[in-house]
Write a protein that binds this ligand. Structure first.
Ligand code: ATP
Ligand code: MG
Length: 200
């Protein structure tokens, strides 16, 4: 074996021992709360990746979208047309800078949150996605304490994924996994139009 290959083998053996030890240490078997935040692209699409994973195991999934763009999205179309088993609820209003009506936005947010709470109370749901929920907290459309209570008191085996920029320290604190997607660059800023199948 060449020197380089031998070095690689030794390093990999060490790495494997480390990973195996950590796997053996993880003993908690329960649902996880994941927050996907940051300014870069990839938060919602990652959440829908987990929806696909869960469905692969025949798990029960609920998806709530707190902001509806004017543009339909592929995931929305696919769930509506091909995944009737997914519980899907979308807040009926557009972006808040489109509607410019705070009272109507709050009413819509509360109605949408009521559905989210129903999912977060039902132990038969394995995975609940709360897409763009953070904005409801940032605009103070929803009561933060109420949101945090529902997430922390959800069924033991249920996982929840929250997406959206920001979200605040209190939300971050109660989540098990927090990932920040960093914006290095985005095609939109070079004048490339949002792309079907990639951006929506
Ligand atoms: P995606 O749904 O593609 O995973 P996201 O959920 O991380 O994106 P959002 O803020 O919810 O990001 O925005 C959704 C839309 O905005 C997508 O079309 C996405 O490509 C676009 N977008 C996301 N981040 C940026 C950015 N930094 N600059 C410009 N456009 C962005
Ligand atoms: Mg998103």
């Amino acid at each position: 074996m060449t020197d380089k290959n031998q070095k690689h083998k030794t390093a990999m053996e060490k790495q494997k021992a480390k990973v195996d030890a950590r796997i053996a240490q993880a003993s908690d078997e329960r649902g996880v709360a994941v927050l996907l935040t940051g300014n870069g692209k990839g938060k919602s699409s990652s959440a829908f990746g987990m929806v696909l994973r869960a469905l692969g195991y025949g798990q029960k999934v609920g998806v709530v979208q707190f902001i509806k763009g004017q543009q339909l999205s592929g995931e929305e179309i696919f769930i509506r047309d091909h995944l009737p088993q997914v519980a899907f609820y979308q807040m009926g209003t557009g972006f808040t800078w489109d509607t410019q009506d705070r009272t109507a936005d709050i009413a819509a947010a509360e109605k949408t949150w009521a559905y989210a709470e129903y999912l977060l109370r039902d132990p038969s749901f394995n995975l609940v996605v709360l897409d763009e929920l953070t904005y409801m907290l940032a605009y103070e459309y929803l009561d933060e304490a109420r949101v945090i209570r529902a997430i922390t008191q959800r069924p033991y085996e249920q996982s929840v994924v929250v997406t959206g920029r920001g979200g605040g320290a209190a939300l971050r604190d109660i989540m098990d996994t927090v990932s920040e997607v960093k914006d290095i660059k985005h095609a939109f800023n070079s004048g490339i139009k949002a792309r079907k199948g990639v951006d929506y």
